[in-house]
Design a protein around this ligand. Structure first.
Ligand SMILES: C[S@@+](CC[C@H](N)C(=O)[O-])C[C@H]1O[C@@H](n2cnc3c(N)ncnc32)[C@H](O)[C@@H]1O
Length: 226
C-alpha cells in the first residue's frame, strides 16, 4: 500500500532523548548507526553536526521540506489536544512540564530536522525505505535503533510485520535496539514474545532491558538484539 502523508502524524525526538531511550553511551555514538523510522527526529542532524555517522530510513523522506512542514502545522494542535485529554498517562518533568512545553520540545527537534533534510538527502543520510525490507546489504551497520514504530503500533501492525522487521533489522545491523515495548494504550506489546522467539531461530539473542527514559508512563524498557 502506498505511504500517504495524510496518514502520518509527524512527531520527532532529539539526540538527548535518543541517548536515553536506547542507552547510547559515548562508544555507541562512534558506531555506524542506522536510525530506522527516524521520521522528523533531529537525531541524525545533531549527530552529523558532531561528526558522527547516522543514516536514517523512513518513507517520510519521499516528501519535500514544505510538504512535511505543512503536515506538522496541520497536526500539532490535535496532538496537544489528545495529550491534554490523556495527561495522566505521561510523566511530566522539569524539562517537559506541560503539553504546551511538549509541543515546543518536539517542534524544536522537527525544525532542526527540516533544516537538515535537503542537504542530508543529497549526501544519502536520509533514505526513503520501509520495513520490513531495507535496501542495504547484510551487516551494513554496527547498530540499528528504532523508536515509536515497532511494538508501539502493535494494534495496527501485524505480528508477521513485526517478525519480518526484527529479522530484517538484525540482517542489516550487528546489534539492534527498539524502544518502547509498550503499545499506544499502555500494555506490553502483544507481539513481543513472538518476536523474541522468532529471533532464536536465526541465532540472535534478544533481551529486554531497563533504560533511563520515561515519558509514556511505564515505557521504560528497550529490546536489545545481538
Ligand atoms: C512516531 S514516528 C517516530 C519518529 C522517531 N523515531 C522518534 O522517535 O522521534 C514513526 C515513524 O515511523 C515511520 N514509518 C511508518 N511506517 C514505516 C515502515 N514500514 N518502515 C519504516 N518507517 C516507518 C513514519 O513515517 C514515522 O516517521
Amino acid at each position: 500500500m502506498a505511504f500517504s502523508l495524510s496518514k502520518v502524524v509527524p512527531w520527532g525526538r532529539s539526540l538527548a532523548q535518543y541517548r536515553s531511550m536506547f542507552a547510547l553511551d559515548d562508544a555507541d555514538l562512534e558506531r555506524r548507526i542506522l536510525g530506522c523510522a527516524d521520521g522528523p527526529a533531529s537525531f541524525n542532524a545533531e549527530m552529523t553536526a558532531m561528526g558522527k555517522s547516522v543514516t536514517s530510513f523512513d518513507p517520510l523522506y519521499q516528501f519535500s521540506v514544505d510538504e512535511i512542514r505543512q503536515r506538522i502545522d496541520e497536526t500539532v494542535d490535535e496532538i496537544i489536544r489528545q495529550t491534554r485529554l490523556h495527561r495522566d498517562t505521561f510523566c511530566w518533568s522539569e524539562e517537559i512540564p506541560t503539553p504546551e512545553a511538549l509541543a515546543d520540545n518536539r517542534l524544536a527537534s522537527m525544525n532542526r530536522f527540516l533544516d537538515d533534510l535537503d542537504i542530508g538527502r543529497e549526501v544519502g543520510r536520509y533514505i526513503v525505505a520501509e520495513l520490513p525490507s531495507l535496501p542495504v546489504e547484510d551487516g551494513s551497520f554496527d547498530l540499528a535503533v528504532s523508536s515509536h514504530l515497532l511494538f508501539h503500533y502493535s494494534e495496527h501492525l501485524t505480528e508477521q510485520f513485526h517478525l519480518d522487521s526484527v529479522r530484517e533489522l538484525s540482517r542489516v545491523a550487528r546489534e539492534v535496539r527498539i524502544f518502547p515495548l509498550l503499545e499506544l494504550g499502555g500494555r506490553l506489546s502483544r507481539h513481543l514474545d513472538a518476536a523474541i522467539e522468532s529471533l532464536k531461530t536465526i541465532e540472535k539473542t534478544a533481551t529486554v532491558e531497563q533504560v533511563d527514559y520515561e515519558f509514556q508512563r511505564g515505557a521504560t524498557q528497550m529490546l536489545r538484539i545481538r
